[in-house]
Structure formats: C-alpha cells, structure tokens
Design a protein around this ligand. Structure first.
Ligand code: UDP
Length: 237
C-alpha cells in the first residue's frame, strides 16, 4: 500500500496539479511495478482542498470533507493518466460512487486487479468525513492484506525533531508504534491511522518518494527511511 500525499503532485506550484510531477511519480511507481510487486495506492487531496482548513473558514465540516474527498478523485485521475502514459496497467476505484469516472471501491475487485497485475488507485479515502486519507490508507492496507503501508513524505523518514527547522535533527532507523504515538513532536501520520496500524500489526515505512530511488530501495529491503512496527526497537541512525 502506497500512500501519496497531495503535496507530492504540486511540483513547484503552490496549488493544484503539476503534470510533470505526476509523470515523475508514475515513473517511480513503474520501477517497483517492474519488480512484480502488487501495488495499491491511496492518494491524498491536500494540494487542492483540505476539509479541516475550509471548515475553519465557515463551510460545514462534513461538506468540506466531502469536497476534500472529491479533490482526491481529481488527483487519482491525474495519476491514473500518468501511469497509463508510462505503460503501467491501472484501475481507479472510488469510495464515493461516481461510476462514470471510477469504479466503485469493491474489496474483492481491488484484490483481483492486483492479482491481474494492475495497479489499483483508491480515491476518496474512506468515503466518510472527519478522517483523512491516512486513515483510508490504513483501512485499505488492512482489508487488502497488504504487507506494508509505504507513506511517502517530503522528508526521508521520521526524525526526533522537525528536520526543516533543526539542523541537528536525527532520523530514526526504526521506531515502535508505542514511541511513535507517544512522541508528540514526531508527526508520522494522523493518530487514528497510526493507532489502527498498531492494533492490527500493519507496519509502516516512511520515506521520500522523490529522493534517490528510495521507493525502489525500500522494496529491495535496503536501509532507507524509517520503519515503524510493534516489534521494531526505537533506534536513531
Ligand atoms: N477526506 C475525508 N475522508 C477521508 C479522506 C479524506 O473527509 O476518508 C477529506 C478531508 O477533508 C481531507 C481531504 O479529504 O482533508 C484531503 O485528504 P488529506 O488531507 O488526507 O490529503 P493529503 O494530506 O494526504 O494530501
């Protein structure tokens, strides 16, 4: 399960979708597709619309969240287009019904697509408001029996403090769920998603999608990013 935040589609823009960034992302996904890995992708919508921020400006929270989910469908369609362009077979399913643009999310069908060698993009998160696509990724990873939830972020792992602010911040090589949830300064993904992964033993790998072939290296078992699990010791690099 690959969770890609909407920010990864921004490229150099401040808002929206940069087709060049999406194409680059598709190329990266192709490198692991070529290794016969079954891939499901949950895509975010933060580059277009976030429910929580819009609700602070007066839109009803649930309505704003549904708008956010629609943003993830737009991103999903952009990624589907790019994957097709680089020759990767792909289907898109949506947790909100819109059969003219995406299949409805049907668990057995998503599994079937992956077994047939198709990447499956899961749009609209959980289909329910008040949560984020991180929760969508955690839920879908569990129900599709994925091996690992790969969370693509701007930085190449989880740090003991914000690496964008502190030059001496250190990366965790591995961290266990208990510590990841307890450390407030460590923002891996939303707490509900983290708790769901902890309770159900779904390991998470946090890595940078655009850096030095990290996705490929992670799939090859190389020591990159940060691996979060119930068994892992909490160790800095
Ligand atoms: N969203 C939601 N339910 C879900 C998934 C997403 O309500 O199951 C809404 C929510 O408003 C969220 C927006 O869709 O802010 C975009 O998703 P997210 O913020 O997770 O995108 P990302 O940060 O990954 O780009």
């Amino acid at each position: 399960m690959l969770k890609i935040g909407g920010e990864s589609l921004l490229g150099d823009r401040e808002y929206g979708i940069d087709p060049k960034a999406v194409l680059l992302m598709a190329e990266k996904i192709k490198t692991i597709y070529a290794k016969d890995v079954q891939i499901a992708i949950v895509i975010g919508g933060g580059n277009i619309f976030r429910g929580l921020s819009a609700s602070k400006n007066g839109i009803d929270r649930a309505t704003a969240d549904y708008m956010g989910m629609l943003a993830t469908v737009m991103n999903g369609l952009a990624l589907q287009d790019a994957l097709e362009k680089v020759g990767v077979p792909v289907r898109i399913q949506s947790a909100l019904q819109m059969p003219t643009v995406a299949e409805n999310f049907i668990r057995s069908r998503a599994i079937h697509h992956m077994e047939k060698g198709r990447v499956v993009i899961l749009a609209a998160g959980t289909g329910m408001p008040y949560v984020t696509t991180d929760s969508g990724a955690a839920l879908h990873a569990l129900e599709l029996h994925c091996d690992v939830l790969m969370k693509a972020t701007k930085v190449d792992g989880i740090y003991d403090k914000d690496p964008m602010i502190y030059a001496d911040a250190k990366r965790f090589k591995t961290i266990n769920f208990k510590n990841a949830i307890e450390m407030e300064e460590v923002q891996v993904m939303d707490t509900a998603a983290l708790a769901m992964c902890k309770e159900n033993n779904m390991p998470i790998m946090v890595f940078n999608l655009f850096d030095n072939g990290q996705l490929e290296k992670a799939i090859d078992g190389k020591d990159i990013g940060t691996y979060v699990s119930n068994e892992a010791p909490t160790v800095l690099v």
